[in-house]
Design a protein around this ligand. Structure first.
Ligand code: IMP
Ligand code: MG
Length: 179
């Protein structure tokens, strides 16, 4: 691999999804979502920080009126193993009652974070509630709300395109495996 100046002294093992792979799949997902919501108004809820690149790219491929808000929750800390504890730091400020909510998530691992947040969003009384995840490691049973998946990911630790390890690597335009 030619050295990437974005990495500095850090290293990745190998690229799993290249920038063109991601661009192509995100465009397709945008088309799938456009078709799936014929009656229009959508609220995209991005789970920060991991979904930020995915959400902004995806939103521009959805040919419907939509609004964007965010949820900030933490389950991982600095390690690579899910702690199981979820803490919410910011909740959507726009009204969700009676709206089509589409949660935009970077990666589903155990699914614990998502399960917890879906319970919370369900209590806001949306018209519909669905999830679009860029990557699905399929470790646990997927929630019934998981309607759109970019890639079925291998069970390795991935960074880039929003995904971090201890806050590094988020800005890589590709997704790579780290040691
Ligand atoms: P879960 O609750 O176990 O499903 O964990 C989901 C969250 O853990 C994701 O939203 C990510 O923030 C983080 N995560 C899980 N797997 C990875 C990975 O391979 N790379 C980076 N972050 C990950
Ligand atoms: Mg996340």
């Amino acid at each position: 691999m030619t050295p990437d100046p974005r990495l500095g002294t850090r290293a990745v093992r190998r690229v799993i999804y290249s920038q063109p792979d991601i661009e192509c799949r995100v465009e397709e997902l945008g088309r799938e979502i456009t078709t799936a919501y014929p009656d229009g108004d959508l609220v995209l809820i991005g789970l920060l920080k991991g979904s930020v690149f995915f959400l902004t790219d995806l939103a521009r491929h959805i040919r419907r009126p939509l609004q964007i808000d965010f949820l900030v929750a933490h389950s991982y800390g600095k390690g690579k193993v899910s702690s199981g504890e979820v803490r919410v730091r910011y909740e959507p400020s726009i009204s969700l009652a009676g709206r089509h909510i589409l949660v935009v998530e970077d990666i589903i691992d155990s699914g614990r974070t998502l399960g917890f947040l879906l319970d919370r969003l369900r209590s806001a009384g949306p018209k519909s509630l669905a999830v679009c995840a860029l990557l699905d490691k399929r470790l646990g049973a997927p929630p019934p709300e998981l309607r759109f998946v970019g890639f079925a990911a291998p069970p390795v630790f991935l960074v880039g395109y929003g995904l971090d390890h201890a806050e590094d690597f988020r800005h890589l335009p590709y997704i790579a495996e780290v040691d």
